[in-house]
Design a protein around this ligand. Structure first.
Ligand code: ZN
Length: 145
């Protein structure tokens, strides 16, 4: 056996650095040390027989699923906010639509008012002209006396 005594450390802070740590997620025990020629690639896991490439992969997938569920739960909590934002933008669009209708109505009234002013100006000019000719006739009559 190439196991070394005194390597049953567990928990963060008390184990070896990441370079020599067991590759199983959450395991802080040191990797099994193998030395000498012909030993092949050094093991990436500790002496725990449950810690190997297959179980580490499954454990990482399990943790990924938990993380994905947490993200999904967080997204679900944000959903009402998104719905509220959508409803808000709809009400803003409705408001813009109403304002547009109101502006069109006011423009129509403004055009009618402008047409009425033009009419009144013409009427005023006609009355002024009549008044002027009447005065001119009056002056002519007075001058003829
Ligand atoms: Zn381990």
């Amino acid at each position: 056996m190439d196991q070394q005594p005194g390597q049953t450390l567990d928990g963060p802070g008390s184990g070896p650095g990441p370079e020599t740590r067991c590759g199983f997620p959450g395991c802080f025990r040191p990797r099994v040390q193998r030395s000498g020629p012909g030993a092949g690639r050094p093991p990436k896991y500790c002496e725990d027989p449950a810690h190997n490439r297959g179980t580490a992969k499954r454990e990482r997938e399990r943790q990924d699923r938990i993380a994905a569920q947490a993200v999904a739960a967080a997204a679900a909590q944000e959903l009402p906010t998104a719905a509220a934002a959508a409803a808000h933008s709809e009400s803003v669009l409705g408001l813009v639509d109403r304002v547009g209708t109101e502006v069109a109505h006011l423009l129509d009234q403004l055009q009618r008012a402008a047409a009425r002013i033009e009419e009144l100006e013409k009427e005023n000019a006609r009355l002024t002209a009549r008044l002027d000719s009447a005065r001119a006739g009056e002056q002519a009559g007075e001058a003829g006396k």
